[in-house]
Design a protein around this ligand. Structure first.
Ligand code: ATP
Ligand code: MG
Length: 577
């Protein structure tokens, strides 16, 4: 350590919101170069390579072959699949000196597809699994939490190529098993959840989420084993209700009730029900947003949902991808004078369709369901407005928040919610990219068939942070053995030459036995500071060479449990091995 390029910091970096960011910067693993862009220091680089090693071993074990693509890519293939535009602001685009368009690869489906097309022509060449561990670039809207969400990050991406669906399913299952091994070896507490396929198209898709309070993803679980990212949860649709005998809708004065809470209070005061009190779930609220398409055009969208639920931004975003959701502003209201803010009803949106705005409703708004909702007049609501009889919509949307206690879509019980960090994603892409880029092979009968593909990602640099989120205490990081930058942190605690000599000899012996050692031989640093640094850095085994040397022992400390034990010098190598 007297020579190591490392400065540990006593204070937390000002911009660090989560423990992994704080600790990885303070313990000298990474340094910020620009927002969402980080440099790896010697300790961090060793950990990153340890993650890569695990990923590589498990990918090699399923017969995937490692390749390496450039990060700077030509525009044309991404133009062919539409992603040059669809990626929107997330794509780093650049020009060369001749004015040619390039991008920094956010993911490499196009390049892998073209490479295979370049070299392969027959079903006999398949199945094929290729992977790379490579730096990706995405101009994320909110780079966050250090390397957890970077604008430059390391991903393992792999792609499978098969002639038929059965082949794709087998490749998907192989990856699934490899990922289980990878995330288990990383020591992560994780769940496998159903995911949306989003802009990538394709069918089956699952995510591996590290369970973590600070995760950006919310997932649900049921007692019967259902697990899904909240974006992928589908609402249990109630049965349609006969409405032949339903009372006619009637508009009522409801002054000063622009919010659901004020409306419900007013209803209970002015129009009490016989059977029970009105609740927010009896109301239908209509939320307007503006969608910005990747080509820059904008279109409004109205969403009708029960008043006791908010629109979940991420669920909505997943539904309208690749368009982005923006607020519906005062100037937008000005463009639609029929919309009475606070009193917008489904009639103006859905029936008379006076506005021409697309109107999508929550799946709970079934035929015959009766609602209190805006009357499209300031200070007025309608009661008993009945779906299908009194208003229609242009379709359904899964944008309402999912709440604890909601039923699982497969009937496996009430859902509970928790948070996680997306560590891996496996996708059955299908033929979308192969079709767009014309990747075909001859089948057994000499007929040209389109290849079917899978795409599989692991967040390699993100894993370094996710592991720290899972494994730290108030003193610092606690690395799992396979990730630790060194096997043993050996502290020289004492000024005696004898202690120093003994420690150096021990370090040599450990090294010879294949046990890597971080030797704290800093001459003018107190033992107290050295211990603090050892705890911060987080090597799982700390050996202290101090006064005990005179009696022929060192202290071996377990960083995770704090357990200490004196071990005779002569036994140390064997003890640690
Ligand atoms: P997210 O939803 O977190 O933005 P994504 O679904 O866009 O991720 P994929 O395209 O599925 O990500 O990428 C595969 C893996 O790469 C992810 O599972 C994640 O572990 C990692 N990853 C994605 N974006 C980032 C990022 N900005 N920084 C670090 N790792 C990332
Ligand atoms: Mg993903």
């Amino acid at each position: 350590m007297s020579r190591l390029f490392l400065r540990t910091l006593r204070d937390d970096p000002a911009d660090a919101e989560v423990p992994s960011h704080r600790l990885l910067v303070r313990a000298g693993y990474v340094r910020r170069a620009a927002p969402g862009i980080y440099s790896w220091l010697p300790l961090g680089w060793r950990v990153l390579r340890n993650v890569e090693k695990i990923v590589r071993e498990e990918m090699d074990a399923i017969g995937a072959q490692e390749v390496h693509f450039p990060a700077i890519l030509p525009r044309e293939p991404y133009e062919a699949t539409g992603r040059w535009t669809e990626y929107g602001d997330n794509l780093f685009r650049l020009k060369d000196r001749k004015g040619g368009d390039y991008l920094l690869g956010p993911t490499h489906e196009e390049m892998f597809t073209l490479l295979v097309k370049d070299l392969y022509a027959s079903y006999k060449d398949l199945p094929l699994n290729l992977y790379q561990i490579q730096t990706k670039y995405r101009d994320e809207q909110r780079p966050r939490a250090g390397i957890l969400r970077g604008r430059e990050f390391v991903m393992k991406d792999s792609y499978s190529f098969d002639v038929d669906d059965a082949g794709l399913e087998a490749a998907y299952e192989l990856h699934r098993q490899a990922y289980i091994k990878i995330f288990t070896r990383l020591g992560l507490d994780y769940v496998i959840v159903k995911a949306t396929s989003g802009a990538m198209g394709g069918s089956a898709s699952e995510e591996f989420l590290a369970i973590a309070e600070n995760g950006e993803d919310t997932f649900v679980r049921s007692p019967g084993g259902y697990a899904a990212n909240v974006e992928a949860v589908s609402t249990v649709v109630p049965e349609a209700i006969p409405y032949e005998d339903a009372p006619a809708a009637h508009a009522e004065q409801t002054p000063d009730t622009p919010t659901i809470a004020t409306l419900v209070d007013h209803l209970n005061e002015a129009f009490p029900r016989d059977d029970r009190a009105w609740t927010a779930a009896d109301t239908l609220k209509n939320v307007l947003v503006m969608l910005r398409n990747p080509d820059g055009t904008r279109e409004p969208l109205a969403i009708g949902l029960p008043g006791d639920r908010d629109v979940d931004e991420k669920r909505l975003a997943a539904q309208v991808e690749p368009a982005e959701v923006e607020p519906f502003e005062a100037k937008d209201f000005a463009a639609y004078p029929d919309l009475k803010k606070g009193y917008i009803g489904p009639r103006v949106l859905g029936l008379e369709n006076a506005t021409g705005i697309r109107y999508l409703t929550d799946p709970r708004v079934v035929a015959g369901s009766r609602w209190v909702t805006g009357a499209d007049v300031d200070g007025s609501h309608v009661i008993d407005l009945t779906a299908e009889r009194d208003f229609v919509c242009d379709g359904r949307i899964e944008a309402a928040e999912v709440r604890a206690g909601d039923p699982a879509p497969d009937g496996s019980g009430p859902l509970e919610l928790a948070r996680g960090i997306e560590m891996g994603h496996i996708f059955q892409l299908g033929r979308k990219y192969a079709e767009a880029l014309d990747l075909k092979v001859l089948d057994e009968n000499g007929k040209l068939v389109t290849v079917t593909m899978g795409s599989y990602g692991v967040g390699v640099s993100r894993a370094v942070a996710a592991v720290v989120e899972n494994a730290h205490d108030e003193l610092g990081i606690i690395w799992p053995k396979e990730l630790s930058p060194f096997d043993v942190h050996l502290v020289i605690a004492g000024k005696d030459d004898a202690i120093k000599a003994a420690a150096e000899q021990l370090a040599q012996e450990l090294d010879d036995a294949g046990i890597s050692v971080l030797l704290d031989d800093r001459p003018k640093v107190s033992p107290g500071v050295k211990f603090k640094d050892a705890e911060l850095i987080g090597v799982p085994t700390i050996v202290v060479a101090g006064r005990g040397i005179a009696d022929g022992v060192v202290e071996v400390k377990n960083r995770a449990t704090g357990d200490k034990q004196d071990v005779p010098l002569a036994d140390l190598v064997e003890h640690l091995a």
